[in-house]
Ligand binder design. Structure first.
Ligand code: ADP
Ligand code: ZN
Ligand code: ZN
Length: 835
């Protein structure tokens, strides 16, 4: 057999499959998706198998081919379907194939440790019992393997094959049956967690006899045996046993010394949700609008038809209930479902709703889990122990094989785009994956992205099917929104950050003991340090960006390169002592609130207060228990929260995003205001929203205040069309960086020229390249990072698949400069952030 392998060097010259000979002893365990170790030049590298063939590749002499050295796992971490998806990602996002493959596997697997095969004793015992019942003759090699692994506690695939030559078929079948499992070697905190566990060694009658024979002075040992007998000889954790019987571990160990019981390390699953119980909830009877949506989606599910639905439902319309019931339908059809939610709204409330409906059938993947916890959840998916995954962006790569449905909640969120290589968008990946699997996709939002809405319009090719829910499920009206002009406030002599109406509304809620959500958009309120005497701002010496003040360590840090310095007491420029940090915006708001409303109880949620694990959950629980009057925070408080006593939502400054030089600013402002407004008056008590702004006339603010998505859409689409922005065009952002400006400028101009040449050639040959524009080069908005200057060229094109090819060719033409002159080029297809 011969294998095609993508090696783990994320660079252009090695970005293709290399051919290897598969030695006969490995032939049974190499599959598409396997991780392997291969010789590569003088080095030994890891790689993924992406193709297998019986015949040697044409034109290659099999005698001269190098051979795979070993297989890193007996069960491939990737499915063939995911391997194909990676190839598509590499072509679409112009990233190395290895980057696309690596992003699909959990971080714990990327560690340079071996995986070991372990025996799952419970499964093995069941199998044995079944075999006995059916009086089958056991395969002696299987028995030997199992016994050896039980004694050793685990071994690498390599060691097993060496110890039991020719056992690959047995190993494979035992893995398939779940008797064996591959886990990361127990070597660091990422690895599998184990606990000492007590196992009875004797059958019941003998154990009872042993217990009766224990002398009275060893009463505690007697208790141990009695306990095991009473509990049907079930194994029990040592820690639990000692606690229950109030004995020391030494008692148990001496019982083990007598040969009655034994103590072994057994794997414990780290379930981050283990010590919480979820109230099981039954499906709610659907409203008419929900039912219509449900019927349409389940039509596609039942038919096994790939279709993309854009579910536009106002906040509180009950989208989540629709998700839950369509997933249920999907499970009834014996298919699996992936639910993507933005990291920020992967709140305990959200998890609870899914766990409450599907219990142990759900795995949760979010970045606040440790590597080990994520790895455990991932294995539950790979072992088919769950059929529903809920997670942030990368959960789109869950290794399911019977995918029926992918749901993307808040589909407009920018966090679905990964900003480092591979710069993929989870929405596009989901649609591609679902297309291959014949699965349905549901994109849900109250404020869908312009791209998605456009795709549902005839102009955009009607690629998505629009489903609408216009009323709230509980019949509550959307809250009235009052826009307050802060310029008028200032003119009237109010210099506070709270307008008179917002001040009054807060006082009223405090009086009535209702709750308040206050939003302050973090961006725009930098946490920089400035000298009040001369205006000096502490900047990073390596990047063109202000340093950020970190309260906990009292340091100033650069968010781009990690440079840090101590807080200053005097201005380095003029020596003045009036140098101070402008605390995070939220911190200032909190100070002001406490000053204006003595005794007010504020929970502040921002990057500073939520870094600690579980902090999110803690704050939200406290707020839910009414231990605070105000929940104050950044975008975190805008999404997905559902608290019945919140009757006032205040937005401190609506324009902070609006002023950013990005064509999506208006869209982001509209989305954020609509989301946060949706937190008010969701249940019985009516709600009210107050938005403070310096530009009340702006259409995004006016439309959000009127809950008028159509008005916003019409104006924004017209604006995009007039300026040729997406969705009427597509963009590819190419960033070049170098240490020297003159060289960078020269190379950037050469690249722009090359792009134009290639487009002209393509046009002449009739191979696309129409409406292909190159903008720039210009300096990037952040002109220097890590002592490297940055320029960008923006490619703007229309519905033309030749564009990626042209960009790839142009970038390839500069490979020499990249290799020899330390030029760096990074490509962002469909960029979300233009800053
Ligand atoms: P969305 O996700 O669209 O903002 P939610 O799914 O959070 O809305 O639903 C809003 C509220 O309505 C929740 O409290 C939810 O329990 C309730 N709800 C949703 N559907 C129904 C229904 N069919 N019957 C009763 N209550 C419902
Ligand atoms: Zn100064
Ligand atoms: Zn820096």
């Amino acid at each position: 057999m011969y294998a095609k392998v993508i090696v783990d060097i994320p660079a252009r010259p090695t970005d293709r499959p290399f051919d290897y000979d598969v030695p006969p002893e490995l032939a049974d365990c190499v599959e598409i998706g396997s991780r392997v170790e291969v010789p590569f030049g003088p080095r030994v590298l890891h790689g993924f198998v992406v193709g297998l063939a019986e015949q040697p590749p044409e034109g290659l002499d099999p005698g001269k081919m190098r051979a795979l050295r070993r297989v890193l796992d007996l069960t491939p971490p990737l499915t063939p379907e995911l391997v194909r998806l990676a190839a598509w990602m590499s072509a679409k996002y112009l990233c190395p194939a290895t980057a696309a493959l690596q992003v699909m596997v959990p971080a714990a697997l990327k560690a340079k440790y071996d995986r070991v095969v372990v025996l799952r004793e419970d499964v093995w015992a069941q199998r044995q019992a079944k075999q006995e019942q059916e009086t089958l003759v056991p395969d002696p090699l299987r028995l030997e393997l199992a016994e050896w692994l039980r004694r050793k506690g685990g071994a690498t695939a390599e060691a097993l094959l060496e110890k039991f030559p020719g056992s690959a078929p047995q190993l494979k079948s035992m893995l398939d049956e779940g008797v064996l499992e591959e886990v990361q070697r127990v070597q660091d905190r990422m690895a599998v967690k184990t606990a000492l566990t007590v196992f009875p060694l004797l059958p019941e009658a003998e154990l009872r006899a042993a217990m009766d024979a224990v002398p009275a002075r060893a009463q505690k040992q007697k208790d141990v045996l009695a306990f095991l007998l009473e509990n049907g000889l079930e194994p029990i954790r040592l820690s639990e046993l000692t606690q229950r019987l109030d004995i020391t571990p030494s008692v148990v160990k001496s019982a083990a010394g007598k040969g009655w019981i034994e103590l072994r390390e057994v794997e414990v699953q780290r379930d981050p949700y283990a010590n919480r119980s979820y109230k099981r909830t039954a499906p709610l009877p659907l409203t008419a609008e929900q039912q219509a949506v449900y019927d349409t989606i389940s039509g596609a599910l039942d038919a096994g038809r790939h279709e993309v639905f854009l579910l536009q439902g106002v906040t509180g319309s009950g989208k989540t209930e629709v998700y839950l019931q369509t997933i249920k339908r999907c499970l009834e059809l014996d298919k699996e479902a992936i639910v993507l939610v933005p990291e920020i709204s992967l709140t305990p409330q959200m998890v609870e709703r899914f766990k409450g409906r599907f219990g142990d059938d759900v795995a949760v993947l979010h970045s606040r889990l440790s590597h080990g916890e994520r790895y455990d959840e991932w294995r539950r998916i790979a072992r088919r122990e769950v059929r529903v995954v809920i997670g942030a962006r990368s959960a789109v790569f869950a290794p399911f094989t019977k995918l029926g449905l992918i749901i993307i909640d808040e589909e407009h969120e920018s966090s679905y785009k990964q900003e480092e290589s591979p710069k993929y968008h989870a929405r596009d990946v989901a649609i591609r994956r679902a297309g291959e699997a014949g699965a349905a996709v549901v994109l849900g939002s109250a404020t869908p992205s312009l791209e998605s809405v456009f795709a549902a319009l005839p102009d955009g090719g009607s690629r998505f099917k629009l489903l609408e829910m216009r009323t709230r499920a509980l019949g509550r009206p959307l809250p009235p929104v009052r826009v307050v002009d802060m310029r008028a406030e200032l003119k009237g002599g109010n210099r506070s950050m709270f307008s008179v109406p917002l001040h009054k509304a807060i006082a009223e809620r405090l009086h009535k003991k209702e709750q308040i959500v206050l939003l302050l958009n973090r961006r725009g309120y930098a946490t920089f340090v400035m000298c009040r005497t001369c205006g000096y701002v502490s900047g990073c010496p390596h990047c063109d960006i202000a340093l950020t003040y970190h309260q906990s360590s009292r340091t100033l840090r650069c968010h781009y390169c990690g440079y840090a310095e101590r807080e200053r007491t005097a201005c380095p420029d003029c020596g003045s002592e009036h140098i101070r940090h402008f605390g995070t915006g939220t911190q200032r708001v909190e100070e002001e609130l406490v000053k204006l409303f003595p005794g007010i109880r504020v929970i502040r949620m921002d990057v500073d207060t939520t870094t600690e694990k579980g902090a999110h959950e803690k704050w939200l629980t406290m707020f839910g228990n009414k231990q605070a009057d105000v929940l104050l925070g950044t975008q975190m408080v805008a999404k997905g929260l559902d608290f019945p006593d919140v009757t006032l939502v205040g937005v401190i400054a609506a324009d902070t995003v609006l002023n950013l030089p990005d064509f999506r600013s208006a869209e982001r402002t509209f989305q954020l205001l609509t989301q946060v407004a949706g937190r008010a008056g969701r249940h019985v008590l009516p709600g009210e929203v107050i938005v403070q702004t310096y530009t009340p006339e702006h259409y995004s603010i006016a439309a959000a205040a009127g809950h008028d998505y159509e008005a916003f859409l019409a104006t924004e689409l017209e604006h995009r069309r007039a300026n040729g922005y997406p969705p009427y065009s597509r963009l590819i952002n190419i960033t070049l960086s170098h240490e020297e400006v003159p060289k960078l400028l020269r190379l950037s101009e050469a690249l722009a020229l090359k792009l134009k040449e290639l487009a002209a050639e393509a046009r002449n040959r009739g191979e696309g390249g129409a409406a292909f524009e190159v903008l720039g080069p210009v300096a990037s908005p952040i002109a220097r990072i890590k002592d490297r200057y940055r320029f960008r060229c923006m490619v703007k094109y229309r519905g033309d698949s030749a564009a990626s090819r042209i960009v790839r060719q142009a970038v390839d033409a500069f490979a020499e400069h990249v290799a020899k002159e330390k030029l760096q080029i990074s490509v962002d297809v469909d960029p979300q952030l233009l800053m």
